[in-house]
Design a protein around this ligand. Structure first.
Ligand code: TYD
Length: 219
């Protein structure tokens, strides 16, 4: 019998520490026999990766930035996410639309209604009455922006987002908060200002509680 696909996104401000937990979850799901599609936004397809290069490095106006994020997302959904879900895979996606609401909406102050409209266009599923494709769960790594900035300092050459001042990330964090308020059941909010092992326990718990990972399998 085919297991149903599972769509998980991971969010947080830059420096919140998503990567190692995403990799650990991929291992945990694989060790339970699930096929895992590990992917990211913006990106995940050849076209979307090209758009990522542009949007992370080239100066542009906020509408252009939002359109490129959603253009990349459209290709990613069609080429990777929808087919993977249809085959019953677990899709672990490093960022999705909440990042657009947080960064372009919160951070840049771009019109949330326009973002909502783009979301409708890009994520509607025509075969399911135009229901919007959304993650089954969004893991939000929440960390005070000042701590994230300390973690990021000197890590590598910053891109257009990483080089923003603290106040930008405070707006991004508030953007995530607003997005979660809008649809609380979809979110697992993980207090990430603690050692990695403690954060991992919380992440793992969120999946066990939903019956998606069994408690017996060690991390
Ligand atoms: P990130 O996910 O942090 O990848 P890496 O760890 O390789 O830097 O980088 C993606 C950046 O793009 C991040 O700063 C957030 C930003 N972003 C948006 O502004 N809007 C979006 O819709 C998405 C998906 C990402």
């Amino acid at each position: 019998m085919q297991t149903a696909g599972l769509f998980i996104s991971f969010e947080g401000i830059d420096g919140a520490g998503k990567s190692t937990h995403i990799a650990a979850l991929a291992d945990a799901f694989r060790s339970q026999g699930r096929s895992v599609t590990l992917t990211r936004e913006p990106g995940g397809t050849p076209l979307a990766e090209k758009l990522r290069e542009l949007v992370l490095n080239d100066a542009m106006d906020p509408l252009c930035e939002a359109l490129l994020m959603f253009a990349a997302r459209r290709d990613h959904l069609q080429q990777v996410i929808e087919p993977a879900l249809a085959s019953g895979n677990v899709v672990l996606c490093d960022r999705f639309t909440d990042a657009t609401f947080a960064y372009q909406g919160g951070g840049r102050g771009f019109d949330l209604q326009v973002l909502g409209q783009l979301e409708q266009w890009v994520q509607a599923i025509p075969t399911e009455n135009n229901r919007l494709r959304q993650p089954d769960l969004t893991v939000w790594f929440e960390l005070p922006p000042s701590i994230a900035a300390e973690r990021l300092a000197g890590a590598r050459l910053p891109d257009r987002f990483e080089s923003q001042p603290l106040v930008f990330f405070e707006r991004v964090a508030a953007g995530y908060g607003a997005r979660m308020q809008h649809d609380p059941a979809r979110f697992a909010r993980i207090a990430s200002d603690q050692p990695k092992a403690a954060v991992w326990r919380l992440v793992r718990q969120a999946f066990e509680q939903r019956g998606w990972l069994s408690a017996e399998v060690p991390a």
